[in-house]
Design a protein around this ligand. Structure first.
Ligand SMILES: [Zn+2]
Length: 321
C-alpha cells in the first residue's frame, strides 16, 4: 500500500461517536442529545450546523488523558492505513471551553503522539489553531500562548472556523506574533469563500499553505500565482463533498489544480463527521482520476515536503517512501 501523510485534520474532530460517548461516560459529562442521529453517527445538516455539532462533541474531551486518548485512537486508525505522518490542528479555545489550560491540552496530545509512535511507528506534530468566528482578540490570545510556550511538537499556527466571519486582515496581529516567533502558518481560505478570500489571506497573513484553497480553481490567474509561489493546498475532497461544495470526487478540482502546477495534498479534515479517513480519501481520489501509485506517492511526498516539522524528521519520512 502507498504510504500516506496528512496535513489537515482537526484533532477534536477525529473522535468517533463511540469515543465521544466513552469519554462523556467516564467524565460524567452530559452530551447534548442532538449531537447524534438515530443511527449513532454525528448529526448535522450544513456547514454551520456541522460547526455546532463539532463543538458539542468536543465538549466531551475534558482532561489530559482524554486528549491523549483522542490523539492515540486517531493515530492508531491512521497507522492501520499506512499513514506515516499526521499534522493535526489543536484548538486551545475548545480545550478552554472544556475547562483545560493550553499547557495541559498540549501535554495530553503529546502523550498520545508518544504512545502512538511507540506502538505503531507513526509520527505526528501539532499546529495550534485559533477559531475565526471567535474574533481577533481570541486569536491574538492563542497566538501569544503559542509564542510564549515553545513546545517541541508544536510546529505551526493556523485558523479554522467560519470563513464568512471577519476579514483575514483582522487576524494579522495574531499571525504576525507567531510568524515573528519563527513558526510557519496556514489559514482556511477558499473553501466557502471564493478566490477573493484566498487573495485576502495571501495579502494580509504570512501563510505558506492554505487550508483547502480549492476554490482558487475559479480564477486562473490566482492558480498561476499559487503555483508560482509554491503555496501548498491542504485539499480535503471528501470534506468538500460532504459539505456540498462539489457533487463527487470526479467533479473535485484536485486533478485540475495539480495539472496546473499547484502543490496539492490530501487530508481528511474531520473524518467521522464526513464518513471518511485518509485511506479512503486517497483511494476515492485515485479511483476518480485513474491515478497510479506513483501519483499517489507524489501526493505523500508533497505533504512531507510542505510539512511544518523539522528537516531531520522530513528526511526520515521521505526515506520511508
Ligand atoms: Zn479544516
Amino acid at each position: 500500500m502507498v504510504k500516506k501523510a496528512e496535513l489537515h485534520v482537526h484533532l477534536e474532530g477525529t473522535a468517533t461517536p463511540a469515543l465521544v460517548r466513552e469519554l462523556a461516560g467516564r467524565n460524567g459529562a452530559e452530551l447534548d442529545p442532538t449531537t447524534f442521529a438515530s443511527d449513532g453517527e454525528f448529526r448535522w445538516d450544513d456547514f454551520w450546523d456541522f460547526l455546532k455539532c463539532y463543538d458539542k462533541a468536543a465538549a466531551a474531551i475534558k482532561s489530559i488523558d482524554d486528549y491523549r486518548a483522542v490523539t492515540y485512537d486517531y493515530l492508531r486508525r491512521c497507522a492501520e492505513e499506512d499513514v506515516i505522518y499526521v499534522e493535526t490542528f489543536s484548538s486551545p479555545d475548545h480545550a478552554a471551553a472544556a475547562g483545560m489550560s493550553y499547557v495541559d491540552h498540549l501535554e495530553g496530545i503529546s502523550a498520545g503522539i508518544d504512545d502512538a509512535r511507540r506502538d505503531f511507528g507513526i509520527e505526528c506534530r501539532i499546529i495550534v489553531t485559533c477559531v475565526r468566528h471567535l474574533g481577533a482578540s481570541s486569536a491574538t490570545q492563542v497566538a501569544r500562548q503559542v509564542a510564549q510556550n515553545p513546545h517541541p511538537y508544536v510546529v505551526g499556527f493556523g485558523m479554522g472556523g467560519d470563513e464568512a466571519m471577519h476579514h483575514p486582515a483582522d487576524f494579522a496581529p495574531a499571525f504576525n506574533i507567531v510568524h515573528e516567533a519563527g513558526l510557519p502558518t496556514t489559514n482556511h481560505a477558499g473553501e466557502f469563500g471564493g478566490p477573493d478570500s484566498i487573495r485576502a489571506t495571501l495579502e494580509h497573513l504570512p501563510v505558506v499553505r492554505l487550508g483547502h484553497g480549492v476554490r482558487a480553481i475559479e480564477d486562473d490567474q490566482l492558480v498561476e500565482e499559487l503555483a508560482e509561489k509554491a503555496i501548498t493546498l491542504e485539499l480535503c475532497p471528501g470534506s468538500n463533498i460532504a459539505t456540498g461544495l462539489y457533487e463527487n470526487y470526479k467533479s473535485h478540482p484536485i486533478n485540475r489544480l495539480m495539472e496546473k502546477g499547484c502543490r496539492v495534498t490530501i487530508s481528511s479534515d474531520d473524518p467521522p463527521f464526513f464518513a471518511t479517513s485518509v485511506g479512503r480519501e486517497y483511494e476515492q481520489t485515485a479511483k476518480a482520476f485513474g491515478w497510479n501509485e506513483a501519483t499517489m506517492q507524489q501526493i505523500t511526498q508533497n505533504a512531507i515536503e510542505a510539512a511544518f516539522c523539522d528537516e531531520g524528521l522530513k528526511e526520515q519520512l521521505l526515506a520511508q517512501l
